[in-house]
Design a binder for this molecule. Structure first.
Ligand code: ADP
Ligand code: MG
Length: 332
């Protein structure tokens, strides 16, 4: 299988500055003086530029800035297959590799994030189901990643499939997760060993599980697939967010949009990306995630693409997207 031509391998024709060497040296330099490549006139050229930047920056391995308080981020989009789980997993791994403390809460009964994060999620394992339905403290469901320091997961088991219905008759059914997170002593502003990020991976629906995440979270990370119909349904999501803000959680905001499965070869992809940027402006990360088979292969090895194939365009893009998100949110 081949990667898209927007990969770094397709990049040599780009102007890298004198003598072909990159004209910039550090991440700070890059921020102060964004490199200006000669040609940004076509979607492909822009995609290549993004790839080059990703490659340059990812090589720095600078630690990422810690936010002033735990950023609780809801990864949601009621469409299935847009990259929620993939983005949750890879952003989490990238943030943890950058030296931050990250907790992933898997709220999808399919448990794909748990699989990719090597978390045990057989039936009976303490999980997000127990946290939501039975009030199990988060500390009793957390599993630390076997290989990646600072990364932990509250897994989802198949039991969660029944939770949408079971929760209906439970007291304060929409704020169960909020309560559980509030009681977890690793979240907040003070403690040195506090979590820097909590990423909540939502199922593809706007039911009670997603509602619990929206009530518990402060920010939203919405992955949007660069495909036809990408924007369809987003209106409904935004309406739901407005409803939650008005009645249940006034702190909630859509802080981050990530364009996924971007294919620089197609006008469609760039057209959708442009439309998303026009609509959501600064909320959209500059880095898009390219469509890449390596990204889709990684989970079957119980891995993120960052650990599975660290030099691949997908891995570099997620590293760059995570850096962007961390820098934007530092001091927030
Ligand atoms: P969601 O959680 O929104 O349902 P997933 O993250 O599970 O979406 O992604 C849906 C499918 O697309 C999965 O099979 C995943 O491996 C694949 N996928 C996600 N991102 C990419 C990408 N950048 N390139 C190629 N395949 C991808
Ligand atoms: Mg998913």
């Amino acid at each position: 299988m081949t990667e898209s031509p927007s990969t770094p391998e397709a990049a040599p024709q780009k102007d890298l500055g004198e003598g072909g060497a990159p004209a910039f040296k550090t991440a700070a330099d890059l921020d102060a003086n964004p490199p200006s490549y000669s040609d940004t006139s076509t979607p492909l050229a822009r995609a290549i530029e993004a790839e080059l930047r990703a490659r340059e920056r990812a090589s720095f391995n600078d630690p990422l800035p810690r936010p002033a308080r735990t950023r609780v981020m809801v990864v949601a989009n009621q469409k299935g297959g847009v990259g929620k789980t993939t983005s949750t997993v890879n952003m989490a791994v990238a943030l943890a590799q950058g030296g931050l403390r990250v907790l992933v809460v898997d709220l999808d009964p399919q448990g794909n994030a748990s699989t990719a994060l090597a978390a045990e999620h057989r039936r009976g394992t303490p999980s997000s189901y127990d946290v939501l339905v039975d009030g199990l403290p988060i500390s009793e469901a957390v599993q630390h990643h076997p290989d990646i320091a600072g990364l932990s997961t509250v897994p989802a088991t198949i039991d969660l499939a029944g939770a949408e219905i079971e929760l209906v008759s439970v007291v304060a059914r929409e704020s169960r997760l909020k309560k559980a997170l509030a009681a977890y002593d690793k979240i907040g502003t003070e403690a040195e060993d506090r979590l820097d990020y909590v990423l909540i991976d939502c199922p593809p629906s706007l039911g009670l599980l997603t509602l619990n995440a929206l009530v518990a979270g402060v920010e939203m990370l919405i992955p949007i697939q660069a495909e036809y119909y990408a924007l369809e349904g987003l209106g409904q999501l935004v309406e739901t967010v407005e409803m939650v803000k008005a009645h249940l959680n006034s702190d909630l905001s859509i802080s981050t949009i990530l364009i996924t499965m971007y294919d620089g070869r197609t006008n469609l992809s760039s057209g959708v990306a442009e439309e998303v940027r026009e609509h959501f402006k600064d909320q959209v990360l500059r880095t898009s995630i390219p469509r890449s088979v390596r990204v889709s292969e990684a989970p079957s090895y119980g891995q993120s693409v960052i650990t599975y194939d660290p030099g691949s365009p997908g891995a570099l893009s997620y590293l760059e997207a995570a850096r962007e998100m961390a820098v934007k949110g530092a001091g927030a």
